[in-house]
Design a protein around this ligand. Structure first.
Ligand SMILES: [Cu+2]
Length: 183
């Protein structure tokens, strides 16, 4: 490919990906919204993925796994304070979505974890991920890449996303997975 063509292709890609915020996705009784991730610093080994899941049904469901081409592995994690230290761990049994309730995956809490990134996430891109639920099955969604370190994503359609997230979780580094040791 010539340099000129390379530049044209790069320009086309960046133009189409800006403002491609994901819409709500319905899967059976579930509604998935606010699907996003964050730009990663150079050489980051991992990144988090976030989504809001509402169960409109009368039975609980469970997010059991996630898969993507963007990293070598995708896990479901929880971040929580243990003995005064913010830590995260893999949720082997996934995340329950109780009937009639909404579960928010967000920075500082539950999240999807991309481990062993194949490339960095760039702001404005979409990151494709497939989520599998025990009852509702699987769905492919796109995570909009927000700015590095963002606490939330600002969607075009102007909902207020006040998740009360001002607890100073900045110290959490997603590229520090030394404690996981699952290999
Ligand atoms: Cu994590």
């Amino acid at each position: 490919m010539t340099l000129f063509k390379t530049i044209m292709v790069a320009a086309a890609i960046s133009m189409t990906s800006v403002s491609a915020y994901a819409e709500e996705v319905k899967l059976g009784d579930l509604t998935l919204s606010n699907t996003w991730t964050r730009a990663t610093p150079p050489n980051a080994k991992a990144g988090g993925g976030f989504v809001t899941i509402t169960n409109n049904g009368t039975e609980a469901d469970r997010l059991v796994s996630a898969a993507s081409d963007v990293s070598k592995r995708v896990e479901i994690h929880e971040m929580a304070v243990a003995d005064g230290v913010m830590k995260m761990r893999e949720l082997e049994n996934g995340i329950e979505i109780p009937a009639g309730e909404t579960v928010v995956l967000k920075p500082g809490g539950l999240h999807i974890m991309f481990m062993g990134l194949n490339g960095k996430f760039e702001e404005g891109q979409d990151v494709a991920v497939s989520l599998t639920f025990e009852n509702a099955g699987s769905v492919d969604i796109d995570l909009s890449v927000a700015a590095m370190g963002a606490k939330k994503i600002n969607h075009d359609h102007g909902h207020s996303h006040d998740h009360g997230d001002g607890h100073g979780h900045d110290g959490h580094k997603h590229d520090d997975h030394s404690g996981h040791g699952k290999n």
